[in-house]
Design a protein around this ligand. Structure first.
Ligand SMILES: NC(=O)c1ccc[n+]([C@@H]2O[C@H](COP(=O)([O-])OP(=O)(O)OC[C@H]3O[C@@H](n4cnc5c(N)ncnc54)[C@H](O)[C@@H]3O)[C@@H](O)[C@H]2O)c1
Length: 290
């Protein structure tokens, strides 16, 4: 559906958290097709992750464990653990020697209102969407800040960080207290990191996807029908459509873009009006909300 731009990321090393499924997997595929080396960091089973990167290496024809060159590697980790989140950056440096692009993309959806959400689920959302990006970004920034500046310096000569937030982080998504508010925190962290490191050759941006066809939103047909009815373009997105914007933001064409949040949502946030009563009814009927 989308034609890769050959060589756009040649010589670059990218880390994608949550890179084994959905948006992250589509991104890993595009990066390798456009010349980057990629570490896929994900909590999925090792066999699944290894099979995915083996396919990526095969498709680029550069699999050569014999020649010692691989384009993609898998690292199993639970990002809700701070040491494992930090360890992702140590891993990419140990395999590929550096890190140029970090995508904090891993996510999960725990539904619930403040009244009925178990505290464990609340904390899990914050560990995954706020703490994990803090630990990975912290380790990546320490590495990026130690790189020499280019001559002449550029706004991203030391690195790029892209955070996957959500339209749910921009407004109050019905029945998603922890998901919405944790994504809002990541959105704010994006802006702060962008400002703090604007003069350091590091750009930091966020992408806010709307409803995208991935396992994350397996909420059942009734809920999806209600959600899609509220999208101005009247359909959900394919992961590739989100990835196209992320790849632009990671590329040098976006050299003057930092601290931005790009809505890739089929017009959802532009429209603003939502019938939350109808959505709540569908979520309760689907058994996703009490
Ligand atoms: N699909 C949507 O409609 C949608 C909308 C807005 C935002 N998003 C965001 O996009 C990002 C990607 O989600 P997706 O839709 O591709 O979903 P997905 O479920 O296909 O992918 C999420 C990935 O994150 C990984 N992950 C989850 N918890 C983890 C953990 N503790 N440690 C390591 N990895 C973990 C999963 O194994 C999975 O591979 C998420 O941040 C999500 O919140 C998705």
């Amino acid at each position: 559906m989308y034609t890769p731009i050959p060589g756009r990321f040649a010589g670059k090393v990218a880390v994608i958290t949550g890179g084994a499924s959905g948006i992250g997997a589509a991104m890993a595929t595009r990066y390798v097709a456009e010349g980057a080396k990629v570490l896929v960091a994900d909590s999925c089973p090792i066999e699944t992750g290894n099979a995915f990167v083996a396919e990526l290496n095969k498709n680029t024809g550069d699999c050569g464990t014999s020649s010692g060159t691989i384009n993609a590697a898998f690292h199993q980790c639970d990002l809700t653990d701070s040491e494992q989140a930090t360890g992702v950056i140590a891993q990419v440096i140990s395999i590929f020697g550096t890190v140029d692009i970090l995508h904090n993309n891993a996510g999960a959806l725990a539904m619930g209102t403040v009244a009925d959400m178990p505290p464990e689920a609340w904390h899990m959302m914050y560990k995954l969407h706020v703490d994990a990006p803090f630990y990975t970004s912290r380790a990546a920034l320490q590495h990026m800040l130690a790189k020499p500046r280019a001559e002449p310096p550029r706004t991203d000569d030391r690195g790029v960080i892209i955070n996957t937030v959500s339209t749910a982080g921009v407004r109050g998504e019905c029945g998603a207290a922890a998901y919405s508010s944790s994504k809002a925190a990541l959105l704010s962290l994006t802006r702060v990191m962008a400002v703090d490191h604007a003069m350091d050759g590091i750009r930091v941006n966020a992408v806010a996807p709307g409803y995208t066809n991935t396992p994350l939103v397996a909420l059942g047909q009734t809920v999806m029908d209600v959600l899609i009815n509220q999208v101005p373009v009247h359909r959900s997105a394919e992961a590739e459509e989100i990835v196209s914007v992320m790849m632009f933001l990671a590329s040098k064409e976006a050299s003057y873009v930092t601290g931005a949040v790009w809505d890739v949502d089929g017009g959802v946030l532009a429209r603003g009006m939502l019938n939350t009563g109808e959505l709540r009814k569908a979520l309760v009927e689907a058994g996703v909300m009490g």
